[in-house]
Design a protein around this ligand. Structure first.
Ligand SMILES: Nc1nc2c(ncn2[C@@H]2O[C@H](COP(=O)(O)OP(=O)(O)OP(=O)(O)O)[C@@H](O)[C@H]2O)c(=O)[nH]1
Ligand SMILES: [Mg+2]
Length: 184
């Protein structure tokens, strides 16, 4: 089994689009048969070792919180999406992070805060300044320092695929670092 990574965020932030884009941009990515949730697996190499990422697409609203809590078990990392054209989805990112921490069963979990739809920046003035997201991550890292959590912010376009491979590789580095500390 690979490293279980969830794609979380409010409805319409682009989770499914991002999820499917990995089939195009990550070599050897495959959709796996799965009863409940959509699952994509692919290998990534870091320092000569191969690691399998198992990515799960989580719907933003259909599930009750009780049902969702079960999905978080054994999660070792997450992509928390917001839509840079919808401030409400950014404010709600903390909700997803807290839910993940509460239910994952391993305490804190490294995340990437993902400002999605970066392609909209070129055509619309009404997009969030990335400085707010950077500030948010800075504060989050200050509060989780004692757990050696190392969270990051990426602005990507799920639509074009821009930066999403770099983003997942950064998450893998954070996961490996955190696992090392946990297994000491
Ligand atoms: N411009 C732009 N549109 C995007 C991008 N990613 C997703 N979208 C659009 O945003 C809408 C919602 O995308 P989904 O991928 O269905 O969102 P979701 O987060 O899976 O939504 P739920 O499953 O309902 O929670 C669709 O119309 C997508 O085409 C992006 O990077 N840029
Ligand atoms: Mg979806």
């Amino acid at each position: 089994m690979g490293y279980k990574v969830l794609v979380l965020g409010d409805y319409g932030t682009g989770k499914t689009t991002l999820f499917n884009q990995f089939l195009n941009v990550a070599p050897k990515a495959e959709k796996k048969p799965s009863i409940k949730l959509e699952l994509i697996e692919f290998p990534r190499i870091f320092e000569g070792e191969e690691y399998i990422i198992s990515l799960y697409d989580i719907p933003g609203r259909e599930l009750t919180s009780n049902k969702r809590s079960k999905l978080y078990t054994n999660t070792v990392g997450a992509l928390i999406l917001f839509d840079i054209s919808r401030p409400d989805t950014f404010r709600h990112a903390l909700f997803w992070i807290e839910e993940l921490i509460n239910y994952s069963g391993i305490g804190k979990v490294p995340i990437i805060l993902v400002g999605n739809k970066s392609d909209l920046r070129e055509i619309s003035q009404k997009t969030l300044a990335s400085i707010d997201a950077k500030e948010f991550i800075f504060r989050l890292n200050r509060t989780s320092l004692k757990d050696s959590i190392d969270n990051h912010f990426f602005e990507v376009s799920a639509k074009s695929g821009k930066l999403i491979v770099a983003m997942i590789d950064q998450l893998l580095v954070s996961i490996l670092k955190h696992e090392k500390v946990r297994n000491k």
